[in-house]
Design a protein around this ligand. Structure first.
Ligand code: NAP
Length: 311
C-alpha cells in the first residue's frame, strides 16, 4: 500500500530533506503541502492549512509529516489524528511535555500511528555507539554543540520566541543521540542559560548532569566550522567520540567504519514500518531533559541579538 502523505509547513527542512526522502521511498507518495506562503514542491497542490486540505481532498490522505516550528504542532497533530491520519512529527515533537503526552493519548484512543522523529538518532554511528556502551558504566560525558546561529537559522524569528527552544533547537539533537546511546538516564542537576536581552530563548547553555563528570555545552555564538561532538569515557577506560553530529565514530582514538549519512530516508523507513503495523513510537527523553534544564535554569542576560542586513 502506498502511503499518501502531506507535508504540513514547507520551510527549510521540508524542502531539503522531507521532499527528496519521500520521493526516494516507494512506500510514500507526496500528495499535498500546506503552507501559508503558498510555497510547495513541483506539481504538488498547496493549501493554506490542514483544514483546507482535508476539505479539498476528503479520503485522499493517509498521513502527515508536520514540519512547522514546534509551538504550533500540537493543534495540527491533534486535528490530523482526529481526522484518522498517521502523524510524523519533526523534532522536537512539541513545545511542551504536556502537549506530546496528550498526542500519545489521542493516538492510542483513535488507533492512529504517531511517530516523534529524532533525525540525529538515525545518524550512522548511533547504533554502533549504543552497542559499544551497553553494559558499561560511564565515568565521563562531554557534549559540545557549537555553531553559528546566523549560518544555520538565518532569518528564523521563531527560534527566539517562547516555544522556539533557542540554542536547544540544535542542542536537542545532541541530547537525542546521548539518550539513545548511554546505558543510563541523563538527569539534569544544573543549567546555566545565557539569554540575549532582547530575546526569549537562550543563545548558549551549559548543563551539568548527575554522574561523576557529565556535562553539555551548547553555544550559538561560535564562529567558523561547527563543533558537534559527544565524548564518553567508561570506567574500563574505553574512550568513545562521536564527531560531526554522529557522522564519525572514534573508539580509543581509532576511526570506526561507518555508513554514509541517510537520516531522513531512515526516518521514513521507520515511519512506513509503524504505519504498516499500526503502531506509535514516541521518545520524549530529549524533550524531558530540555524541560528539566529550563525548570532548573539560572539565567544570565547577555548582549542583544540582532540579525544583520539580509539575514
Ligand atoms: P523554517 O525554514 O522556518 O520552516 C518552517 C515552516 O513552517 C515555515 O516555512 C512556515 O511556512 C511554517 N510555519 C511557520 N510558522 C507557522 C505557523 N505558526 N503555523 C503554520 N505554519 C507555520 O524552519 P525549519 O528549519 O524547516 O525547521 C522546522 C522544524 O524542523 C524545526 O522544529 C526544526 O528544529 C526542524 N529541523 C530543522 C532542520 C534544519 O536544518 N533547518 C534540521 C532538522 C530539523 P509558511 O510560512 O509558508 O506557512
Amino acid at each position: 500500500m502506498t502511503i499518501r502523505i502531506a507535508l504540513i509547513g514547507f520551510g527549510k527542512i521540508a524542502r531539503d530533506q522531507h521532499v527528496p526522502s519521500i520521493a526516494a521511498d516507494p512506500h510514500f507518495e507526496l500528495v499535498a503541502v500546506t503552507s501559508r506562503s503558498g510555497e510547495t514542491a513541483d506539481g504538488v497542490p498547496c493549501f493554506a492549512d490542514l483544514g483546507a486540505l482535508l476539505a479539498a481532498m476528503p479520503g485522499q490522505i493517509d498521513a502527515v509529516a508536520i514540519c512547522t516550528p514546534p509551538d504550533v504542532r500540537h493543534a495540527i497533530a491533534a486535528d490530523a489524528l482526529d481526522a484518522g491520519l498517521a502523524v510524523l512529527l519533526e523534532k522536537p515533537p512539541t513545545a511542551t511535555l504536556g502537549e506530546i503526552e496528550d498526542l500519545v493519548q489521542r493516538a492510542a484512543a483513535c488507533g492512529q500511528p504517531l511517530h516523534a522523529s529524532w533525525h540525529s538518532q538515525h545518524a550512522p554511528t548511533v547504533r554502533a555507539a549504543a552497542a559499544l556502551l551497553r553494559g558499561t558504566v560511564v565515568r565521563r560525558l562531554r557534549i559540545t554543540w557549537r555553531e553559528d546561529v546566523r549560518k544555520w537559522h538565518s532569518g528564523q524569528e521563531w527560534i527566539w520566541e517562547p516555544g522556539g527552544f533557542g540554542v536547544f533547537d540544535p542542542g536537542i539533537n545532541a541530547l537525542s543521540i546521548a539518550t539513545a546511546i548511554l546505558p543510563e538516564r541523563l538527569i539534569v542537576r544544573a543549567a546555566d542559560l545565557q539569554l540575549p536581552g532582547n530575546r526569549q530563548t537562550p543563545i548558549a547553555a551549559d548543563l551539568t548532569f548527575a554522574g561523576e563528570d557529565f556535562s553539555a555545552a551548547f553555544d550559538w555564538r561560535h564562529q567558523g566550522d561547527e563543533e558537534r561532538t559527544i565524548e564518553i569515557e567508561t570506567t574500563t577506560n574505553r574512550h568513545i567520540k562521536l564527531g560531526d553530529s554522529g557522522a564519525s565514530l572514534f573508539v580509543d582514538g581509532i576511526a570506526h567504519p561507518v555508513e554514509p549519512r541517510a537520516e531522513y530516508p531512515s526516518i521514513y523507513a521507520r515511519f512506513a514500518e509503524l504505519v504498516a503495523a499500526g503502531q506509535s513510537d514516541v521518545d520524549v527523553e530529549p524533550l524531558r531533559i530540555v524541560a528539566d534544564a529550563l525548570l532548573l535554569a539560572r539565567r544570565t542576560m547577555v548582549e542583544p541579538f540582532v540579525w544583520t542586513a539580509g539575514e
